[in-house]
Design a protein around this ligand. Structure first.
Ligand code: GMT
Length: 375
């Protein structure tokens, strides 16, 4: 198949899933054309069968705001026409599903029937998409997509109820390469972070309010009082400054590492013991899956699609949003019970391998494409 993929090229989960999907499909012999404003950050080296088409933006002074959705539409039309794509797969509805719809209408004039598949990832449905300036467009573009997938059952249900949509939405979970995401040797890093054998808690995110990173620090404060421990925070975003301030206010600055955006995630996770995900909303929790594949139990909130990934009392623990006391007790419980910790760690790795390995999920997308093309 010749497939176009449009996604955000940045560190967000939707871009990661889109890029890893493109790479996996290319490895299976499909021709993949990424269409975005920058090279996806997980596309670090040359991969056979992968092409990148950059959306060029005009800076004409009359346009106070950049017209990205329109420029993207024109680029999609160009790539579909000249590369003869069979299908376009857009990740994150805003604005990609709208650009996909417009491109389809333009191509229809030339008698070409572009199939557009939209994958809903999270805040495109639960947060941003509900804003009055986007809601009608999100609803319309979902209804008009030839196929729609959601990354969890929770997200599918939210889409149908929030937008009053009657559409067949397929659930295709996030996936990872468990041969890449696995515990690796990380003694040097571990010795640097926790020189006296302290336990290591870790959190990775884009530091947006929805992630409640401050809760991570407050959980750590309580754990730290009971168990010698360190906290690693990976990523960057609007809440980072506040988090750094809170860490200083609580006197935890010498035990907390703000690493910023990092590519060496596997080594960092391998040097850690427990993953914290205290989100306010989370459609799936790709970051938790990456940690589980590296053998880390997860302590998280019970929101969104997280319970479809984290099994309470098996691969970690889940609690109510903001229940810092409970989440810290869970962490302390795991740190003070070696047998239970080991069992949870093995369960986490097993769950990632058995249920979310890319070799299991990628064929689900391939089958989905075939169904759409044959329809
Ligand atoms: O929605 C976001 O805040 C970021 C978003 C993205 O698209 O980058 O992440 C979402 O997509 C991931 C991949 O499907 C999911 O694993 C995340 O749970 C989801 N984030 C939220 O729902 C907050």
């Amino acid at each position: 198949m010749k497939i176009g993929i449009t996604c955000y090229p940045t560190y967000g989960g939707s871009g990661v899933v889109a890029t890893e999907l493109g790479k996996a499909l290319a490895a299976k012999g499909h021709q993949i054309h990424f269409i975005s404003y920058a090279l996806p950050h997980r596309l670090t080296n040359f991969v056979e069968n992968i092409y990148f088409h950059e959306v060029e933006m005009s800076n004409y002074p009359l346009f106070e705001f950049q017209l990205y959705s329109l420029a993207l539409t024109s680029k999609i039309v160009e790539v579909v026409r000249y590369e003869k794509l069979d299908l376009l797969h857009v990740h994150y509805a805003i604005p990609h599903a709208v650009s996909g719809y417009l491109a389809k209408q333009i191509l229809r004039k030339g008698n070409s029937d572009l199939k557009v598949v939209t994958t809903l990832h999270g805040t495109d449905i639960t947060l941003v998409g509900l804003e009055p300036s986007f809601l009608p467009l999100v609803k319309f573009s979902i209804e008009e997509s030839c196929g729609v997938t959601a990354v969890s059952r929770f997200l599918k249900e939210k889409t149908l109820t929030n937008y009053h949509i009657e559409k067949d939405i397929s659930v295709i979970y996030n996936f990872i390469d468990t041969n890449f995401f696995k515990r690796v040797e990380s003694e040097n890093l571990r010795r640097h972070i926790a020189p006296n054998g302290e336990k290591v808690l870790v959190h990775t995110s884009n530091f947006r309010p929805v992630k409640r990173v401050q809760d991570t620090i407050r959980i750590f404060e309580k754990v730290h009082k009971e168990v010698p421990s360190k906290l690693i925070l990976v990523g960057d975003g609007p809440d980072r400054y506040e988090c750094e301030r809170l860490t200083r206010d609580l006197g935890l600055q010498n035990d907390t590492y703000f690493l910023g955006k990092q590519d060496g995630l596997v080594e960092i996770l391998s040097a850690s013991d427990l993953f914290l995900l205290p989100s306010q909303s989370e459609s799936f929790g790709l970051s938790a899956l990456e940690a589980m594949a590296c053998g880390l139990p997860v302590v998280s909130t019970s929101v969104g699609g997280i319970p479809e990934l984290v099994t309470h009392n098996e691969t970690g623990y889940i609690a109510e949003i903001g229940d810092i006391d409970r989440m810290s007790k869970y962490a302390i419980d795991l740190f003070t019970n070696d047998r239970k910790y080991e069992e949870f760690s093995q369960n986490s790795r097993r769950r990632a391998v058995n249920d979310f390995e890319k070799s299991k999920i990628v064929p689900e997308y391939e089958k989905y494409y075939m169904d759409i093309l044959n329809h």
